[in-house]
Design a protein around this ligand. Structure first.
Ligand SMILES: Cc1ccc2cc(C(N)=O)cc(O)c2n1
Length: 322
């Protein structure tokens, strides 16, 4: 058990260092696969020795503390990460767990909304009376960095909304397309600047600038995938809510589909995996969410992830360093 405690200490330190490099310097030190392996090892030891779980256990952390220099914004509702699934069995178990929790028969209808998991950085934008109030990164899930001035320079994110709920927090992913990433790195090389390792780092490094004029010169894009605080429901289902966000002027991912059951889900997963290189932007999996929002409400959240959602990851790509 003392070896287990020592390994948990080493893992906590390695994961915290990797988080800091990834979330604070936007220049990660280890690959996605290595990072996922550390997290899985940590979870396995905690499962075997629950009494050894550390107060600073990486399984309870989301993201990293906001960086210095930015104002801080406390999210009205925590921005959570997603539990990961790696193979078909994980998906079958995800579906079965939800049916058990809801007391649904194995063959009862239970549609999911599926969408590509964009490999960017999450953002929350608050609107009151249809006007943008502030925008914040996820940070540690509870407190994010105030990037409002930077987000005002992103063309795809509207400043004002028509027919919006009185209070609306839109959540989505900031990303950079492959074409824009290549052009940016070419310009960086031209100007003797440093090249970005991959589109995610380029997007994060461009958004998390203390000078909004730098962000304004960078080709950032946005896909809305959800919401935080609301003064009224957007719709009765995840899919209709995304349609509503699209109608309000937010880009939503065109690959989004409602899937009636695990076999449809897996067919979509394989279809998008086959087209991954042609999408024009980096994705690292498919996100599935229980489509019915009343059921999402009943399922609720675990400490850091929703019970009603999971990310089905692709094998880590070797094309970019992380
Ligand atoms: C609830 C939640 C949390 C993080 C997410 C992240 C993504 C993403 N990276 O595309 C998509 C989603 O639908 C998400 N949904």
């Amino acid at each position: 058990a003392e070896q287990a405690a020592a390994e948990l200490a080493r893992l906590a330190e390695a994961i915290a260092r990797a988080d800091a490099a990834y979330h604070v310097e936007d220049a990660p030190e280890i690959s996605d696969a290595a990072y996922d392996a550390l997290k899985r090892r940590n979870a396995a030891i905690e499962a075997r020795f629950p009494q050894l779980k550390r107060d600073d256990s990486p399984s309870e952390q989301v993201g990293a503390a906001p960086a210095e220099g930015f104002g801080k914004i406390r999210h009205a509702q925590r921005m959570l990460s997603l539990a990961n699934a790696f193979d078909d069995t994980d998906i079958a178990e995800f579906d079965a767990r939800i049916r058990r929790f809801l007391g649904l028969a194995p063959d009862a209808p239970l549609p999911y909304t599926a969408e590509p998991k964009i490999d960017g950085l999450s953002l929350s934008v608050r609107y009151e009376g249809g006007r943008m109030i502030h925008a914040a990164t996820r940070g540690d899930g509870q407190t994010g960095e105030d990037v409002t001035a930077n987000v005002r320079t992103i063309a795809e994110i509207p400043h004002n909304l028509q027919n919006a709920p009185e209070l609306l927090e839109v959540r989505g992913e900031i990303y950079m397309s492959h074409a824009d990433f290549a052009a940016l790195n070419a310009a960086q090389a031209e100007a003797g600047g440093k090249a970005f390792a991959n589109p995610r780092n380029a997007a994060a490094g461009s958004l998390r600038q203390l000078d909004p004029k730098v962000t304004a010169a960078r080709p950032l894009r946005f896909f809305a995938y959800g919401w935080g605080a609301l003064s009224e429901p957007l719709a009765g289902t995840q899919h209709d809510a995304l349609e509503r966000l699209s109608g309000l002027g937010f880009p939503t991912n065109p690959e989004t589909r409602v899937c009636d059951g695990p076999d449809v889900i897996l067919a979509l997963y394989r279809d998008i995996a086959a087209r991954r290189a042609e999408l024009g932007y980096d994705i690292d999996g498919i996100v599935y969410k229980v489509d019915d929002l009343a059921l999402q409400g009943r399922l609720g959240f675990r400490s850091t992830t929703p019970r009603w959602a999971i990310a089905h990851k692709f094998p880590a790509e070797t094309a970019w360093t992380r």
